[in-house]
Design a protein around this ligand. Structure first.
Ligand code: BT5
Length: 331
């Protein structure tokens, strides 16, 4: 049995023992059920231990004690209750960027709802060539492939939709503290806890596919962030005071995403505007908004169903679909 086969067997053993914590399984019984040799089951259990699972293992018995802190497909699947999003789930240990792999997979026909995750990214991307700090074991780096049947002009609101799904996920861990900073940031206490990067691919003026990427700071301590962003960033653990199960949180986020996405191609953000407004950190504030080399100053007054920000500038309403916002202090 080669390493890949052994890892697959380890996954199968896990799916048997994972749901029954503390139950003693005879290796010979598992071997029969999985049509394998007892010696291979033993080796597979050792692989699970090397992945961080706490397992009591003897030559004849296996007992599952505790799950590993991983973002593996098996762990996420354990918590996943979606119908489409994440039903095809591919997890990597290390990638340059989950968005890049997702795009390659979408271009070669991966199904809508396919999700790519990574334990760490070596070239995690933000918008406009910026980078996303993506260290191992503490965050979640997720990309979702979607193929909405709608015109490309309707795509910008997907970032706000995703930020909403993230905010609703985080609410359970940090109730009452989560804010959405239009168009793609999720903040807690004015610090960034997650960022969304939506990339649209078109063919003949139609959407070919969209990659929705999100990076979530989950279990970082403040010193885990590099100096450059230490004052700008936070994690769910820092705010809640509790270490959070990353696989469970990822599954919960995918579920919220699926719920929001269901109605999006038809009615865009129509059904969720009330919640978006309630989470928004900008509405009512005086802001400076930069788009390309243009800049405007005004009061953010609303977000519409396309995800655009409505800004009042000298008594006139201006609708903007993207950009960089700075809040003018004391507004
Ligand atoms: C974003 O860009 O906020 C989008 C981030 C998307 C990351 C995900 S991870 C999975 C998928 N695969 C990828 O390669 N990317 C996506 P932007 O609005 O441009 O913000 C980037 C800025 O946020 C940086 O310039 C830093 O100032 C700050 N930043 C970088 N890493 C951070 C982190 N871990 N936490 C908080 N802020 C961070």
């Amino acid at each position: 049995m080669n390493q890949a086969e052994l890892e697959q067997l380890a996954d199968e053993v896990l799916s048997f023992i994972r749901k029954k914590r503390k139950q003693i399984f005879a290796i010979s019984t598992l071997a029969k059920k999985l049509k394998s040799e007892s010696s291979d089951i033993y080796k597979a259990a050792k692989v699970l231990k090397s992945w961080g699972y706490v397992i009591k293992l003897s030559k004849s018995e296996i007992t599952f004690r505790q799950a590993a802190d991983t973002l593996s497909a098996t762990e996420i699947n354990y918590y996943l209750k979606t119908k489409i999003i994440g039903q095809n789930l591919v997890s990597f240990h290390s990638l340059k960027s989950t968005n890049d792999i997702a795009s390659q997979m979408a271009a070669t026909g991966a199904a809508e709802g396919t999700v790519i995750t990574a334990e760490k990214q070596t070239l995690g991307r933000g918008r406009l060539g910026r980078s996303w700090h993506s260290p191992e074991k503490v965050g979640a780096y997720i990309s979702i492939i979607i193929t909405p049947k709608m015109s490309p002009e309707k795509a910008p609101g997907l970032s706000v939709m995703t930020a909403l799904a993230a905010a609703e996920t985080f609410e359970k861990y940090c109730p009452g503290k989560v804010r959405i900073k239009w168009p793609n940031d999720v903040l807690i206490g004015n610090r960034k806890v997650a960022g969304v990067l939506t990339e649209l691919y078109t063919k003949n003026n139609k959407i070919d596919y969209v990659i929705v990427g999100i990076g979530i700071n989950i279990n970082q301590k403040q010193t885990d962030f590099p100096q450059t962003i230490r004052k700008l960033a936070t994690s769910l653990r820092q705010v809640s005071g509790k270490k959070i199960n990353r696989a469970e949180l990822t599954a919960e986020f995918l579920q919220h995403f699926e719920k929001e996405y269901k109605s999006y191609p038809k009615s865009q953000l129509g059904g969720s505007l009330k919640r978006i407004r309630a989470y928004s950190s900008l509405l009512g504030q005086t802001i400076i908004l930069k788009t390309g080399d243009k800049s405007l100053t005004g009061q953010a007054i609303d977000i519409d169903k396309t995800g655009a920000l409505i800004v009042e500038v000298n008594g006139e309403k201006v609708t903007v679909s993207g950009g960089e916002v700075t809040v003018v202090k004391g507004s």
